[in-house]
Design a protein around this ligand. Structure first.
Ligand code: ACO
Length: 326
């Protein structure tokens, strides 16, 4: 049985925050951010905009493209590290917003690799014969996790959501393979300090001692990211008996242009075969790949028959790849 992507969708907040504006908030510059990261601007959720509302909008767009009604969805997965609440799952809220009344809904946490992990889980659910139609959404509101006084992190992240509908049918846009990896020994190089069981939101000290924000050893993460993205990509290439030169496009997680360039170089992929939206949206964690996929599909960049590899790396560490015959 084949697993196909029959619809893609995305959603982005309207508010654009430019590097010039951030330069008014912390000691940084457009020049530093652009040359060190490749980011020029990012989207920031407005009051009343949440991970669930962005996720639902992206999901609605993917369902519309697939021509699938919300009630037909058997499984609804939301990958996020910025859920609306610790519980219930954001997926349950999205189920309600979409009217996907027949779906089993749950969240999946693999940070920036969350969407790839979601595809992997969905792929196995369909191949087992358990379900036929799945909505996988990557959605984040990272702007509410960063310390806007910390120039090391606040310049990097943005908000948004992307989604795909997966169906058990033959035809185009077929998932050829999924690979996932975890390296938990490095969890403390990149994590959200609050508001889980270690630094609970119910303990006043969490706020007073500011143990709430996203924290990252950027330089260490950078080195691991390049190696891991290569490892995950190579796993997909080997499993499918191809090499980097056979790929039509690489859609990498959009964290840093230098990570993307180093990964592409190791795989022998030129800049013309990279799908990039980092400059416009920053790092939207698990939303970055499905947003880029949706844009590349709707703009006709990726075409029928193209071999498209998606590869991601994030906190955990968690990383993985998916190969699709578009
Ligand atoms: N503006 C100006 N200067 C800055 C800024 C800024 N916004 N941020 C850091 N600097 C300074 C630092 O203070 C440091 O100054 P110092 O030398 O005086 O101490 C200097 O720039 C160099 O800092 P580095 O951290 O070494 O800079 P680096 O080149 O490594 O770039 C960055 C930092 C962009 C964070 C990079 O390390 C990176 O992209 N890391 C990986 C991020 C990533 O992939 N995350 C994974 C996914 S995220 C997820 O899973 C949620």
């Amino acid at each position: 049985m084949n697993v196909r992507i029959t619809g893609t969708g995305s959603a982005l907040p309207a508010r654009i925050l430019t590097n010039a504006e951030i330069s008014q908030m912390v000691d940084t510059s457009d020049e530093w951010i652009t040359t060190r990261t490749g980011i020029r601007e990012r989207r920031i959720a407005a009051e009343g905009e949440y991970t669930s509302t962005l996720a639902a909008e992206a999901g609605r767009n993917a369902l519309a493209m697939a021509g699938v009604a919300a009630e037909e969805i058997d499984l609804l997965l939301v990958s996020t590290v910025t859920p609306d609440f610790p519980f219930p799952s954001t997926a349950c809220i999205v189920q309600d917003l979409l009217g996907a009344t027949n779906a089993t809904a749950f969240d999946l946490s693999a940070a920036c690799a969350g969407f790839i992990f979601g595809l992997s889980v969905a792929d196995k659910y369909i191949r087992s014969g358990a379900v036929k139609k799945i909505l996988v959404i990557g959605a984040e509101v990272l702007s509410r996790t960063v310390d806007w006084r910390d120039r090391n992190t606040c310049v990097l992240f943005g908000d948004g959501a992307g989604a795909v509908v997966l169906e058990a049918t033959d035809g185009e846009h077929e998932l050829l393979s999924t690979h996932t990896f975890s390296k938990g020994a490095f969890w403390n190089l990149l994590y959200q300090q609050g508001s889980g069981s270690r630094n609970p939101a119910t303990d006043r000290r969490t706020i007073d001692e500011e143990r709430i924000y996203l924290t990252m050893e950027g330089n260490d993460v950078f080195k691991h990211a390049v190696r891991a993205m290569e490892e995950a990509s190579t796993a997909a290439l080997v499993a499918n008996g191809i090499s980097g030169t056979d790929l039509s496009f690489l859609i990498p997680h959009q964290a840093n242009q230098r990570i993307i360039d180093a990964t592409a170089k190791r795989l022998g992929i030129g800049p013309e075969r990279l799908v990039i939206n980092l400059d416009r949206y920053g790092n939207t964690s698990s939303a970055s790949i499905p947003i880029a996929l949706d844009e590349a599909h709707r703009n006709g960049v990726i075409k029928s028959g193209n071999l498209v590899m998606m590869v991601a790396f994030g906190a955990g560490f968690a990383y993985g790849s998916t190969l699709v015959r578009w």
